[in-house]
Ligand binder design. Sequence first.
Ligand code: SRM
Ligand code: SF4
Length: 566
Amino acid sequence: MSETTLAANEHIKIRSNYLRGTLAEELLDVSTGAISEDSQQLIKFHGSYMQDDRDLRPDRRKHRLEKAYSFMIRIRVPGGVSTPAQWLATDALCETYGNHDFKLTTRQAFQLHGIIKSNLKRTIQEINAAAMDTIAACGDVNRNVMCNPNPHLSHIHAAALKAAQDISDHLTPRTRAYHEIWLDGEKIESTEEEIEPIYGKTYLPRKFKITVAVPPSNDVDIFANDLSFIAIVEDNQLVGYNIAVGGGMGMTHGNEATFPRLADVIGFCTPEQVVAAAEAVVKVQRDFGCRTDRKHARLKYTVEDHGAAWFTSKVNEYLGWDLQPVRDYHFTDNGDRYGWVTDANGNSHLTLFIEGGRVIDRPGYALRTGLKEVAKIHTGDFRLTANQNVIIANVTPAQRPIIEALVAKYELEDGSKRSALRLNALACVALPTCALSLAEAERYLPKLIDEIEESLEASGLRHDAITIRMTGCPNGCARPFISEIGFVGRGPDRYNVYLGGGHAGQRLSKLFKADVPNHEIKGLLHPIIQRYAKERTSGEHFGDFVIRAGIVAETKQGADFHANIK
Ligand code: SRM
Ligand code: SF4
């Protein structure tokens, strides 16, 4: 491949000296709240994005002021497990340096918004002081490794979580740049090139995402990830993992060469082989992923272009041994199970509903304060779910009444008062912080659900779980293309409406209607909801029904997403 055809980001990586670039110098420049374009790309590898408050843009423009720049920081939480001390540290940081709230993301991480440049370094230092980090939370490397967070599944879950943590540790970049820039680590004055043993100096062609799932729950949405491990349990023992590769969501409106794709399940490995298998998949993508067109650079296109059989043979070649044949597995859903459960050891776990994953105090609902009070006395841990919720986990019998009292005092939501539709909803951040959003998502979906709930109530479907997801653009951060109802921003107050995703996230949806103004959505869905109530077969999920009823065609896989639209 000629150097000149490489995508611009490849050149930025090459000249960055293992992700250093001029970041350290630019942080000292107080003449602007921004950083250079190269640094905006590099800082992602360190866990941060430069943003500006889009609500304030018109006013700033009118007064000829620089945009209201600030930084989002993503804190890695492998497997979604956070200690109470880490929760409290995140809470304190959002208060001191951020927007007084924080986000539980769709990949089990924390996000802080609104950190101004002059506070960036001390915020990252304090995150590290709380035994968390932000390295590789973003960028062309492996991101936060997700894992089914349910502790009541005891030893199977513990093993899956360990696998997630081992993979995460193994694939963390080795560059000292992070320590030098943010933690004042010693500069190594060596002329020899540092070695990234797995990535090399141009890292991966694009971001890379890994999950570990424990069936029957697919709450981490394995089919939307580059690489996943599906725990296989026989006789109550974890015997190994099926391996899935080539899932992803992002696409671009009007560009049919881009599409969401479901991961292919290609083989099986033992628990001891997990880290080696992850490394081999990453290396195949490193060497064969597209580095000329960033819109074609995800692993899903490598698998789509060459085929899953070719990809598997390459992985086997890199491993030096063959993956075993795929074992049987079955997923029932990709949602969270709300309320209390008690495990075999007598410990309890409470899953709370956090709308949009936003931990915030609002008039009449002191959610953030309530969770902070829980964190102050909790002796177990917090589990962030891939559905933007939290589990107060490992509560001892003695502590349970104390936590129950706090839950009652702050009216923290255990899901019991909410419709099943709302409890199965996801919305990405979108406006005002996301630079790429074309429409609202997190701020609008709750209102839209209020409207759709009226149709559900009228049809007697309040307790029927239907997955519903909204994103402000087609990058798909809330995985809308595998939900039963999906809304994807087209422009201000306008959405593409997708239907027919699998209830367990196992099937892609299909475009039902493009560019729908938000006030028309309820009317568009109402007759379909009525038909579903009347015509569904026993236990039939909404996504299956709309296909059987001929409302949308079924999407088989990847490129077929755009085909045969009714
Ligand atoms: Fe995402 C870019 C937020 C999960 C696909 N995503 C962004 C950025 C950083 C916008 C940007 O590049 O400037 C968003 C920051 C918004 C903000 O203000 O915070 C953003 N993504 C999020 C989060 C916070 C959504 C949420 O509300 O929870 C999620 C953080 C996850 C984490 O903790 O790491 C988030 N993003 C996802 C997912 C879901 C997943 O991974 O399971 C996807 C779809 C799966 C996939 O990767 O295919 C996703 N985000 C993207 C893409 C499209 C990538 C592609 O292959 O085309 C972009 C844009 C890009 O990379 O160019 C993007
Ligand atoms: Fe931003 Fe689009 Fe991701 Fe939503 S889906 S957070 S609008 S990039």
